[in-house]
Design a protein around this ligand. Structure first.
Ligand code: MN
Ligand code: MN
Length: 407
């Protein structure tokens, strides 16, 4: 039985499945274990936000016969990759009376798509002298939104027509963009990649490929010794801030609610539960790219098709800001994976001082839990379309299940 945590819920028993939804952006799911919950949790933590382009609060403007939407990109993107490709708009507009209007344009075959224009090469001589980080300015990532003028309108007639369409089709006024969250993402489905179909091309593999496999793993659990948990967080790509990010006390509060339903009401019991817990921070890693071998050190790199990848640490400039998993925990994870015939590899994010990255692992570790990064190596990370190996996707799913059952 799957239950939502609420005031009506009185107690939980082993095998019960409960979840908490935080503002429709962040969620935690539990399967209650046979052991007393204070013996610790087994946690799979992944993030469900991905790099993208967000619509600004005052986005609409008309210029030279076009209506455009002003945007602000979200997360670490190479801006030049996001121009001249079909884009969809996904999100919500919340009216002042609380009415929720769902926006989903660009995913159906007969939907229009949107895009960001770029210069023709014939006139790009000056543009092409700029560095790659400057060639597309952040303020130039504006979305082309329409071009037909409204009849008998004198000023901003194209914008007037767009406002009419927004009113007719969605019951949205221009001011309603103030309380909207509309995300602009690459349009289209994930596809098989390579003639042998060994890989998958898709938007947002970081980190939906680890979130999906973690979710599947927790949904598959029925009777577990330790209370199992899948935490799906928002805002990782901008630093895990906010009420729905990994730095929020939402996870702690939710665990406290579950403890309460297991007849543990003391703060000390909550703290002991955390101290006894173990976590796989399920996040993607950079796959070794044969076109760019110079940024990696081969022995400590993840290769597509070699299985789930464990990062003892990530970080940058001497492991800075990284969760460096303790060796005892790495040994335990190695043993479980070997005994269960899971293909795994270990890696760092690139060679020393090449760059680096972060995940939610350091925030999970702040609860004094054992944490290690464990995910899927991908190519083209943070590009509109990322690539993963089906082998690694499957091995990650198996590894997450084995972790919940045996760690
Ligand atoms: Mn990630
Ligand atoms: Mn990322």
């Amino acid at each position: 039985m799957v239950l939502k945590i609420s005031k009506n819920l009185i107690s939980l028993k082993p095998g019960d499945k409960v979840y908490v939804n935080n503002r429709n952006k962040n969620m935690v799911l539990f399967v209650v274990g046979k052991n007393d919950i204070t013996k610790g949790l087994r946690v799979l933590g992944a993030h469900i936000d991905s790099p993208r382009i967000d619509i600004k609060q005052n986005p609409l403007y008309e210029k030279d016969g076009f209506v455009l939407l002003d945007t602000h990109y979200y997360g670490g993107i190479k801006k030049y990759q996001w121009v001249t490709i079909p884009l969809s708009m996904i999100g919500v507009v919340i009216k002042k009376d609380g009415t929720v209007i769902d926006i989903n344009i660009g995913e159906k075959d007969d939907d229009p798509v949107f895009g960001v224009s770029d210069l023709l090469p014939h006139l790009a001589a000056d543009q092409l002298k700029k560095t790659a980080s400057e060639v597309i300015a952040g303020e130039n990532l504006d979305l082309t939104f329409g071009s037909i003028p409204l009849k008998d309108e004198e000023k901003d007639c194209v914008k007037a027509n767009i406002l009419r369409l927004l009113k007719d089709q969605y019951d949205i006024e221009e001011e309603d963009f103030l309380s909207a969250e509309i995300e602009v993402v690459p349009s289209g489905k994930a596809r098989d990649y390579g003639l042998d179909k060994s890989m998958i091309l898709g938007y947002g593999h970081d980190d939906k490929c680890c979130a999906y496999t973690s979710l599947r793993a927790i949904l598959d659990m029925n009777d577990v010794d330790y209370t199992s948990c899948c935490l799906l967080v928002d805002k990782e790509e901008i630093g895990s801030m906010g009420a729905t990010g990994a730095q929020s006390v939402f996870f702690e509060n939710s665990v406290a609610e579950v403890l309460n339903l297991c007849n543990h009401t003391s703060y000390l019991d909550l703290k002991r539960t955390f101290t006894n817990s173990k976590v796989l921070s399920s996040d993607v890693s950079n796959g070794f790219d044969p076109l760019y071998p110079e940024v990696c050190e081969r022995k400590n790199s993840a290769f597509l098709g070699n299985g789930i990848v464990f990062n003892k640490y990530v970080g940058a400039r001497g492991k800075s800001s990284s969760n460096d998993a303790n060796a005892e925990y790495v040994a335990e994870i190695r043993k479980i994976m070997d005994e269960s015939d899971i293909y795994f590899q270990t890696a760092e994010v690139g060679k020393v001082d090449q760059g680096g990255g972060g995940t939610i692992s350091c925030y999970m570790a702040n609860y004094n839990m054992d944490v290690i990064d464990a995910g899927i190596p991908i190519l083209n990370m943070h590009a509109p379309y990322e690539v993963l190996s089906k082998v690694d996707l499957y091995e990650a799913y198996q590894a997450y299940k084995v972790f919940l059952q045996k760690a």
